[in-house]
Ligand binder design. Structure first.
Ligand SMILES: Nc1nc2c([nH]c(=O)n2[C@H]2C[C@H](O)[C@@H](COP(=O)(O)OP(=O)(O)OP(=O)(O)O)O2)c(=O)[nH]1
Length: 157
């Protein structure tokens, strides 16, 4: 039996979201990521390396939240591992999130903004790094989940 209302709300229009699919619940993939913002308002993107999913795409630094970890602790850890920089949970401002199907799971990615860290970011895991203003990201090959975040950062920073 469909759970959808058959009536069309005159203000909202028809519900064009996909009908709920029967079957097992979809596993959530919890990821944290950050817009590191420099003094010129540019944001750091890193390129995913060959052999990983979404290889070659430019992403915000971050990664999966381990079991038992807070999102902020996961991000502080990922920044040290991936870029060799140090920051504190108190320097991470919650900014936006992404929600998108990904490889049989459903990605929920929390995006923070960080303007304070120590060290110079190095591409320890990524193929390359680049600093871009949000408006410059529209033409960059990024994961599908990231695309709505560009406009949000453009408005926010
Ligand atoms: N870090 C990051 N991941 C993203 C972004 N957009 C996006 O779809 N993802 C996806 C790609 C991956 O499926 C997932 C992050 O997982 P990952 O494999 O990079 O995480 P990790 O650093 O923990 O890597 P690993 O230990 O599994 O190798 O989130 C983004 O902007 N940043």
């Amino acid at each position: 039996m469909s759970l959808r209302k058959e009536t069309v709300d005159p203000d909202l229009g028809p519900d064009i979201s996909p009908a709920p699919t029967p079957g097992p619940p979809v596993p959530l993939l919890h990821v944290v990521a950050v817009a590191l913002v420099d003094g010129d308002g540019r944001v750091l993107l890193q390129q995913r390396p060959p052999g990983k999913s979404l290889a070659g795409l430019w992403e915000f630094p971050g990664g999966k939240i381990d079991a038992g970890e807070t999102p902020e602790a996961a991000l502080v850890r990922e920044l040290e591992e991936e870029l060799g920089i140090a920051t504190h949970a108190s320097c991470l401002a919650p900014a936006a999130f992404a929600s998108e199907p990904l490889d049989g799971k459903h990605l929920v990615m929390l995006l923070y903004v960080c303007r304070k860290w120590t060290g110079v970011p190095q591409a320890r895991h990524a193929t390359a790094l680049q600093w871009l203003r949000p408006a410059q990201m529209y033409g960059v090959a990024m994961p599908k989940a990231d695309l709505p975040l560009i406009g949000l950062l453009d408005a926010l920073l």
